[in-house]
Ligand binder design. Structure first.
Ligand code: 464
Length: 294
């Protein structure tokens, strides 16, 4: 197959902007299919020493292939003298953060459904030895059929055997801060170690936010947010669903080994068995619940 070039696509609106990439809506001129194309400036990537992150994102997306319904798919990559291009799945209904900004919070039925899809995605990812490390509502997308799609594997880590040993100085030196302040786990702040349980902490933050509409750890600066995380300084708004509260409290635990799911023989039995998912058929979640009052 001929290597694609930018001229194979008509580029449209900006779908998202990050520190190291811009994502555009694009249409393939041969098939009229729509894609999200993530464009990275080579000079910027090199200057900011993010080459390894870019290579890892491509490697992780290659490992995931199209074998999970819950992750964006990487169709093609190509480059020109200045830029790298990743042709990815387009999720027509945007990201969860935008939805929360539109309707404050999700109904408890939607929160349960999308948390279930996220857990199925995490089971798939973690069983393949991959930690996302930047889970947040902005990286959770709604496809045209309103099923969830997890994106942005640019901070992901591929766990190897040595990663399961204690941190050593080199690892501490190598691991700079990863993730987004409000969702970063205490262990990523204290000893720069991150593992599967770091994604379980982020899951707790996400459930809190989709149920309440606000983040659990908020502050005027990253430093203040970090202090609240390290001291587990958060509370629940009046009327927060009692069962969801219990689940969040079992995930937002300082010691990663004590988080719900951390010691599961089979991932993530103890999350699936929590009362918040009572009645859930994990083998068939059914169609997404209506997002709007129709
Ligand atoms: N960092 C990353 O890797 N980021 C990525 C990667 C892949 C990717 C990605 C981000 C996507 C983000 C995205 C953003 C949007 C989007 C942005 C702005 C507006 C809209 C929008 O309003 N869509 C119309 C549908 N609306 C949505 C809300 C309810 C009414 C109907 C969608 C759609 N998809 C995407 O579709 N595919």
């Amino acid at each position: 197959v001929r290597k694609r070039t930018p001229s194979d696509y008509i580029f449209g609106k900006v779908l998202g902007e990050g520190s190291f990439s811009t994502v555009y809506l694009a249409k393939d001129i041969h098939t009229n299919k729509e894609y999200a194309i993530k464009v990275l400036e080579k000079a910027h990537i090199i200057r900011e020493k993010k080459t390894e992150n870019v290579m890892r994102e491509k490697e992780v997306l290659r490992i995931l292939g199209n074998s999970s319904p819950y992750f964006v798919r990487l169709y093609w990559t190509f480059q020109d003298p200045e830029r790298l291009y990743f042709v990815l799945s387009y999720a027509k209904n945007g990201d969860v953060l935008s939805q929360l900004e539109k309707q404050q919070c999700l109904s408890i039925e939607c929160a349960r459904y999308y948390t279930s899809e996220l857990i199925l995605g995490l089971e798939f990812l973690h069983d393949r030895g991959i930690v996302h490390r930047d889970l947040k509502p902005e990286n959770l997308l709604f496809q045209e059929n309103w099923h969830l799609l997890i994106t942005d594997l640019g901070s992901a880590k591929i766990m190897t055997d040595c990663d399961n040993e204690n941190d050593d100085f080199d690892k501490r030196r190598r691991n700079s801060f990863v993730g987004t302040a409000q969702f970063v786990s205490p262990e990523m702040l204290t000893d720069t170690s991150s593992s599967y349980e770091s994604d379980l902490w982020a899951l707790g933050c996400i459930i809190y936010q989709i149920v309440s509409g606000v983040m659990p750890f908020r502050g005027g600066s990253e430093y203040l947010v970090f202090q609240k995380i390290l001291k587990l300084l958060y509370d629940f708004p009046e009327g927060f669903d009692r069962v969801a509260k219990d689940l969040v409290e079992k995930l937002l635990v300082i010691d990663p080994r004590q988080r719900l799911g951390a010691n599961d023989e089979k991932r993530y039995t103890s999350l699936r068995d929590h009362a918040f998912f009572n009645g859930q058929n994990w083998d068939d979640l059914g169609p997404p619940p209506a997002m709007f009052d129709t």
